[in-house]
Write a protein that binds this ligand. Sequence first.
Ligand code: PUT
Length: 283
Amino acid sequence: SKIFSTWIDEYQEDARFGLKGKIIIDEESEFQKITLIESKRYGKALLLNNCWMTAEHQEKQYHECLVHPALSSAEKIYKILIIGGGDGGTARECLKYREVQQIDLIEIDRRVVELSQKHLPEIGGNAWKDERLNLQIANGINWVAQSQDNSYDVVIIDGADPEGPSEGLFNKAFFEDCRRILKDGGIFSTQSESAEAFHAIHIDMVKIIREVFDYASPLYGNVPIYPSGWWSWTFASMKKPRYLKPIPNRVNEILQSCEIWSPRWQSGAFNSIPAFLERALNQ
Ligand code: PUT
């Protein structure tokens, strides 16, 4: 019988964000502490180094928002790079588009993939069996550094928070390499933390991405288990803010399968920037 009696919390400066549940897995991988829990409210959920990563019944809030503003709008979407994303949810959303021919999914921690495939199979869904998916267990920063110029149509950074193996996914040198490997007409997408719980990190990130790309815009949405529940993703491109204009054929292809994302939602989310954030980003 299931007894959801333990509080599992992510602790952040004077606040904690938690679920009642039961711990299924608690182990140290080569890279980090991995915890899997089962909760009544959001189903099974994954934490890395005690920070919430994903949960069965609210992962769409995160994955749809990270993927669709980029894939619905990039000039081409033949070849996609995902750094991180070992739970498979980002790949699953990308594979909804028939135009996608190849996804290189570079996850540093083999155990994240193995445990997600076993305990969170619905998140990756059919992605794990899709021939278009090239899963590599490797260091994403090295992968980007070693990739040729102009080699990807979309680059998606689906890392954890800026500590442990994900720390190097938040700096200018890395973003510059991402721009270098992006094709003309391509779109860069990254999770960019909470504008409330990790205010300084979020603002710095958006500002640095704006220094690297011609255009970059944060998009705000909700992921209830993450600190503050208010999350952000940042999209960037060269020459024009290409991520603001979903292509109608692609929209028609995916719209019915989305729980959160739609062109209307996206437009609101890009525009719902609170005044204090707009000021902070413009300083
Ligand atoms: N890729 C998941 C982001 C995690 C935020 N805590």
